[in-house]
Design a protein around this ligand. Structure first.
Ligand code: ISL
Length: 554
């Protein structure tokens, strides 16, 4: 099979026809046999990305880090951690991608640094330090809890004060109120752009502006600490800071086709419009969370059954909310999410069908799709059975906190098995060899036992595979203007099994029909939509097979 031509669009909005591929470097490919993925491994696998047809590669952090949160705790913004390789190898990766017509997006983690970053070491050394206001220091902590369990404050001997950390104690929050901090971050951005990178995915960027009063937060039933979200999410100055960043950094690179993506957990459509309105010059698109929280109850570990109605309603709200202004990013999986096939699909009998359906529904919405490593072969959750099998700090902390609060270990493990971030971090499954072709050493996190069946090699030459389906969808985005620019209309908000929508464009229209269930679905009134050329799928008639998806063009 031949390579898929890249989108090749340039100029404003070039990314509308692009597809982004996310690599979690620890788990993608290990080039030196130490059991941890690295830059050499990524470079050795560029043929796969080119063949798949993706336009942009986003890599999760590879900067020097104590790895308290697998690199989302950065101790030096201007280098590469030896675990992953060298700066020279990163330069080579940039050059090799550019040669193939692809771009590189780096992860900017600037809400917080590592506590081992020289900025924090200096800030915590003494109350007189010139960097004393670079972080959030208080003599007495407030009642906030961290996103990763436990308090959001830790005492520092050197400062004889407490510092704020919304994530682990090894991730102190930078104080963006201080202009010196903001300009230090802008310097980092310019340094990487001058090195040739093509943009940034900005980690938890909607947390950078806090209510400076740091008020006490409400404590939810059964919790020990206050829920600080109202004081930190989409805070009072976040739009001002992003517009300043744009002026100070990105406006100076107007001749380059950059991609600016914000990770904005728990944000709203209203805020999403502001972040991505081109006239405001903040970001190109945001990674919002609503569609990946459909199965959360009062909080993430309170796992609820999948609800198609709610998914359809929230996705449609983002589609219509950002129709006249702004732009959507489209994703199911990343290194923080369990695998969507196990979550919203069926990872047993209908794994292939449901993986294809989920891909179709995602890629044919209006927005820029993000493929997370392994999505393209329908990778699934891992059969975790005991706490010893988890690596992630979020999972391990939650386990201990929940046990201390009196929960039963089996119940906690059940939640973790469904929702833990480690599900998305098991090694990429390249082939059916003992470590799935990921490493010749001992993998840092166990390989999913189903790699003997679910792997790239097994799917590459099979036209009916999930992998071939992804290529078809990516090609369709590159070739069909209705996929890129067509408007979006939900065709039913009540069918119990079917997600159906239309993309209308001056060149024609696409109709997407997807049966989100393991039973046949009678299309009823929707049967009238089964007209035109079937461009994706092979079914026909007014009854859809289990997990069947179809796309008509007319
Ligand atoms: O939702 C979450 C909290 O319950 C987490 O999955 C996650 O921390 C959140 O989505 C923010 O993610 C980003 O920032 C974190 C890092 O651990 C994640 O890997 C990153 O993607 C802190 O830097």
């Amino acid at each position: 099979m031949t390579a898929i031509e890249p989108s090749g669009r340039t100029g404003p909005g070039w990314w509308r026809s692009a597809v982004v591929y996310q690599v979690y470097p620890r788990s993608f490919a290990d080039g030196n046999g130490d059991g941890v993925g690295d830059l050499r491994g990524i470079r050795e696998r560029l043929d796969h990305l080119e063949w798949l047809g993706v336009d942009v590669l986003w890599i999760s952090p590879v900067y020097p880090s104590p790895m308290a949160d697998n690199g989302y705790d950065v101790s030096d913004y201007l280098d590469v951690d030896p675990t992953y390789g060298t700066l020279a190898e990163l330069d080579a990766l940039i050059a090799e991608l550019h040669e193939r017509g692809m771009k590189l997006v780096m992860d900017l983690v600037a809400n917080h640094t590592s506590d081992e970053h020289p900025w924090f070491v200096e800030s915590s050394s003494s109350p007189e330090s010139p960097k004393r206001d670079w972080y959030w220091w208080r003599d007495e902590p407030n009642n906030w809890g961290s996103f990763f369990s436990g308090p959001a404050w830790t005492y520092s001997e050197g400062r004889a004060a407490y510092y704020l950390h919304l994530f682990t104690r090894k991730q102190p929050d930078l104080n963006w109120e201080n202009p010196e901090v903001r300009h230090a971050v802008y310097d980092v951005l310019r340094w990487w752009l001058d090195r040739g990178v093509d943009g940034f995915r900005m980690d938890v960027i909607n947390l950078i502006s806090k209510d400076p009063e740091l008020p006490e937060a409400p404590v939810m039933p059964g919790q020990r600490y206050g829920n600080m979200r109202a004081s930190v999410l989409d805070g009072p100055r976040v739009h001002e800071f992003l517009a300043e960043m744009h002026r100070e950094v990105f406006d100076r690179y107007d001749d380059r086709d950059l991609l600016l993506v914000g990770e904005t957990g728990e944000t709203t459509v209203e805020e999403g419009r502001k972040y991505t309105d081109p006239a405001r010059r903040e970001l190109d698109m945001v990674l919002h969370y609503e569609h990946v929280e459909i199965d959360h109850g009062t909080f993430k570990w309170d796992v609820r059954p999948f609800d198609l109605g709610r998914l359809r309603e929230r996705l449609a709200a983002w589609q219509t909310g950002l129709a006249d202004v702004g732009w959507n990013s489209l994703y199911w999986d990343n290194h923080d999410q369990p695998r969507v096939v196990s979550r919203y699909g069926d990872d047993g009998r209908w794994r292939t069908e449901s993986a294809k359906l989920l891909a179709t529904v995602l890629h044919l919405q209006r927005g820029t799709p993000f493929v997370y490593q392994g999505d393209e072969i329908g990778m699934t959750n891992y059969p975790f059975a005991s706490i010893d099998e988890f690596d992630d700090v979020e999972a391990v902390n939650y386990y201990h906190e929940a046990i201390a609060l009196g929960m039963e270990p089996e119940d906690v493990i059940r939640s973790l098995r469904a929702m833990s971030r480690d599900n998305g971090r098991t090694p990429m499954q390249w082939d059916d060899s003992p470590n799935a072709g990921f490493t010749t050493g001992r993998p840092w996190l166990a390989v999913n036992p189903n790699h003997t069946e679910v792997n790239v090699a097994a799917q590459r030459d099979d036209p009916d595979s999930v992998l071939s389906h992804y290529r078809r969808l990516i090609r369709l985005r590159h070739e069909d203007p209705a996929v890129v620019d067509g408007d979006f209309t939900l065709l039913t908000d009540s069918h119990p099994q079917v997600f159906a929508f239309r993309r209308r464009h001056e060149s024609g229209q696409l109709v997407v029909l997807a049966n989100f269930s393991g039973a046949e679905a009678d299309l009823g009134e929707l049967a009238g939509e089964c007209r035109g050329d079937l461009v994706i799928g092979s079914g026909h008639g007014s009854v859809m097979a289990p997990w069947e998806s179809r796309v008509y063009r007319r």
